[in-house]
Design a protein around this ligand. Sequence first.
Ligand SMILES: NC(=O)c1ccc[n+]([C@@H]2O[C@H](COP(=O)([O-])OP(=O)(O)OC[C@H]3O[C@@H](n4cnc5c(N)ncnc54)[C@H](O)[C@@H]3O)[C@@H](O)[C@H]2O)c1
Length: 370
Amino acid sequence: MTRAAILGTGGIARAHAEALKNLGVELVAAADIDPDRLGAFCVEHGIARSYGDAGELLENEELDFVNICTPPSTHAGFILQALSAGAWVLCEKPLCGSLADLDRIVAAERETGGHCASVFQWRFGSAGQHLKRLAGAGALGKSLVGLCQTTWYRDADYYAVPWRGRWATELGGVTMGQGIHAIDLFLWILGDWTEVTAQVATLDREIEVEDVSAALVRFQSGAVGAILNSVLSPHQETYLRFDFQRASVEVRSLYSYANQDWQCTPAAGFEAVRDAWEEIPADPPASHEAQFRAFLESLERGEAPPASASEVRPTLEFISSLYKSGAKGAPVPRGSITPGDPFYRHVAGTLAEAAAATSGPGLSPPKSLE
Ligand SMILES: NC(=O)c1ccc[n+]([C@@H]2O[C@H](COP(=O)([O-])OP(=O)(O)OC[C@H]3O[C@@H](n4cnc5c(N)ncnc54)[C@H](O)[C@@H]3O)[C@@H](O)[C@H]2O)c1
């Protein structure tokens, strides 16, 4: 039986434990610094061994893989530890807080032969997979225009959790924390992006990180996209729209989607595209379980899993470039953030450094693991 452990037993850990159970994985241990939460979680999910120190768990347990569900700033360190202990990794978004750390993780994958995947469950719904196949096969014609909207609502209570709302611990605001799911799907479907121009602002929450961002993106294909992220929107929705030469494909939902949330509208003369769209396999909806199933198949075959660290690099590079464009007020071309650039050391570069310089004691400055 495949053996796994969970680091961090808070809000999202339940989705991990339930998906692992449904997929027949043996959950042998869990770790959390909060003993009450850890104890209750282990009882609820029938987990035999618990650790107050995640490093100790990784030293003592023989695991096929580790699920990381701790706050964002802890991810990179735990990923590197788990890989060097011989385990593969399924880590919650964001995988890490800088291109520097991402490149370190990819190097560790090469050295250890292990693999690390980022949880991006929006890629794994039946409709998302179907759209990727149709677009890749050219069945929809060229991609021309796209919209990617994450307009959610998060109040002051949400930001009362100490790790949230700070560059050093949440690693970003609405772009990195909420919009990242739709952004990742948008970029994955539309292919290589080449340039981003953005606005980043904190308008109405008492937080260090941004509560709104907006970006224009150009793609290698020539397509143009607009991205809007907000945690200030009382009418919440996630909306993605892909206009190809032969059809518009749209999804309107909130935290997940099923096939029924999608719509395909063929252009005049291209009605056959609707038939191709309707060949969509039955759900799964976008879910942790759908991604974990694909991860387990890769583990079984010993191959890099989908949404592996190197596969999601374009998304982290895009978000780094979005923050840089917002900070500089200028377009940022793909490939221009290299070692030595503050936006290579932290996804929010100078924005994070300026906040750290004024935030006083108790908040360590943003830095990569080096
Ligand atoms: N994929 C999704 O849809 C989704 C949804 C929600 C959250 N997330 C991500 O999951 C992660 C966790 O979010 P959450 O909402 O569950 O947070 P949470 O605060 O509810 O849970 C985090 C847990 O980690 C524990 N922890 C903190 N530091 C630790 C350490 N050093 N060692 C061990 N345990 C430690 C905390 O005590 C807490 O129990 C974040 O990265 C978040 O972005 C993803």
